[in-house]
Design a protein around this ligand. Sequence first.
Ligand SMILES: [Fe+2]
Length: 483
Amino acid sequence: MAHFQTDTNYYLNPAAPGRFEGQVPDLPVEGEVPHHLKGAFFRIQPDPLFPRMTEEDVYFNGDGLLARFDFDNGQVRFTQRYVETDKLKLEKAAGRALFGRYRNPLTDDASVEGKIRGTGNTNPFVHGGTLYALKEDSPAIVMDPWTLETKGYTDFGGRMKGQTFSAHPKIDPVTGNMVSFGYGSSGPLTTDCTYMEVSPQGELLKEVWFKAPYYCMMHDFGVTQDYVIFPIAPMVSSWERLQANKPHFGFDKTLPVYLGVMPRQGDAKDIRWFKAPNQNACHVFNAWNEGTKIFFDVPVSRGNGLHFFPDLDGSPFNPMEALALPTRWIVDYASTGDEFKKVTRLSSMGGEFPRIDDRFQTFRHHHAWWLVADPSKPFTKGCGPGFANIGYKNMTNGYESVWWAGEEYHLQEPCFVPRSKDAPEGDGYLIVLADNLVANLTELVILDALAVEKGPVARVKLPFRLRSGLHGNWVDASQMPAA
Ligand SMILES: [Fe+2]
């Protein structure tokens, strides 16, 4: 009989799938939602529609379940709908799961061999009025931003030759281009990568092919006005792992970290690979350059940060080595050596899911927020310790503050919302989904972005729990296409 596995935490409460599509027209609010906020907050969660067909899997192997919170005049409306990937359509037709473990095609039903395995479950991203559902192992999926209807995969009119499109593109505020990359670009586990730029009109302007030093989870990257930066951290894989039915990725303590730097006007031959000792990094705050000097802010952990992708050498997961600390890596494209020029720890508040005021991407940023894990805070049994805090740092004067949501809560990635389109950097709000793991309900919490320690100005209450999501983005009403 089909069932969600009981031998893993990833499909049990509080991580049990929601499998819910629908709309809630006017969510109850505690406090007051700023009336001038008019726009949409898109967010997405991995949420398998069908019970899994494998014995074990990682948390984020789930179909993309896309949600939009509409803000208007102090009211908030919620709409949620599945991303109808090729995968999900095949499974719906069969009435059961056909695709097996996370990024392991060897575990699939024979009937779906060669089909695109993407789930579109990582990041809903709006560029040039187009909503994309993104996942790094497959092409971008075009969605209708209003109905959340799936239009399908895009190869940008045949111009994109690579097979993958990152879930973490950036928008260059000067050109308006969406700057992105792909890895595993000529097939799973290949070291082929691409760097791409897409115009606001949706035209793929360039696709530069290059090779990574080794295959790894290239989850995020950095974009400056003049360079793109590809971090290579040793979360690796191999066909042997997949044949042995191990999780796709594992952490290799023997490999160095590389930072690949390519001039945006350059080509593969222009990439310089800077090298650092073994460590781990995943998401990126931001990057910028001053001449040939490149600044790259990223949470960095000494060891493996993801317990579900175990160390290759079999050593047990080490929570202290897993804690990522905000760090600045500096390299100089014009330098003669291949070592990092400087490494600076930016904060002792460990955590992940870093965000800035996205209007300032590619330029030096002055404000940063991230989810903080603080093991010294109490937590209700079964709830943690996890991401129960929001950390803030003023990068100009060093001021730091933190808001603790409480011992029953787990927080999801924060998203900065400017007070108005032309507000100064950092002047606005932080939207955070807060899961009360005891009540089994999710709230959308609104904080003053520069005074997070004061706690929420509003709590928008959903009548159910959302599964822990991956990423979300705010889109001002003026940037939404006509319905
Ligand atoms: Fe991510």
